[in-house]
Design a protein around this ligand. Structure first.
Ligand code: FES
Ligand code: FES
Length: 175
């Protein structure tokens, strides 16, 4: 049986880092194969490896929504999830919403309704609105406020953001 000293020596030995893993993701319509350390978050992968810096870092622990992206069409805080958990997934970031040179209607709505000031929260807000509308749960003003409450705006552009959501909900009903 190992004595205490031996066990302590063993515990003090540096351990080998886990190897990188291969992950295939479709990002804004393009398939990408990446070699990633298992501890890399989706947010860090997007910003640091793919240089898609439209997705912003705020709190880095799930409280501000600045890092919101769409994962298989559903909104998610990209700082809170590891990239290697999503092999095969489809990711849409703010850079992937415009099509053929035309802004997504939600992006257009933010301009029309002047729904931002500094703009730091805006990519996350826009992805969140797109996700919220496709969830189909928002019926009332209170629903909108509640379902957008994970996206903080330090500039306080909330009233105009709500107008964008209302307009987008109407547009999606008309389709
Ligand atoms: S940076 Fe992800 S929630 Fe704040
Ligand atoms: S527009 Fe400045 S934080 Fe929202």
């Amino acid at each position: 049986m190992k004595d205490k000293l031996e066990k302590e020596k063993e515990a003090a030995q540096p351990r080998a880092l886990p190897p990188k893993q291969t992950v295939t993701l479709t990002i804004n319509g393009t398939e990408r194969q990446l070699e990633l350390e298992p501890w890399v978050s989706l947010l860090d992968m997007l910003r640091e490896q793919l240089h898609l810096t439209g997705t912003k870092v705020g709190c880095n622990h799930g409280q501000c929504g600045a890092c919101t992206i769409l994962l298989d069409g559903k909104r998610i805080n990209s700082c809170l999830t590891l990239a290697v958990m999503h092999d095969g997934a489809e990711i849409t970031t703010i850079e992937g919403l415009a099509k053929d040179g035309e802004l997504h209607p939600v992006q257009q709505g933010f301009i029309v309704h002047d729904a931002f000031q500094c703009g730091y929260c805006t990519p996350g807000q826009i992805c969140s609105v797109v996700g919220l509308v496709s969830e189909g749960k928002a019926r009332t003003l209170d629903d909108i406020r509640d379902l957008m409450s994970g996206n903080i705006c330090r500039c306080g552009a909330y009233n105009n953001i709500v107008k964008v959501v209302q307009e987008e909900l109407e547009r999606s009903k008309a389709q």
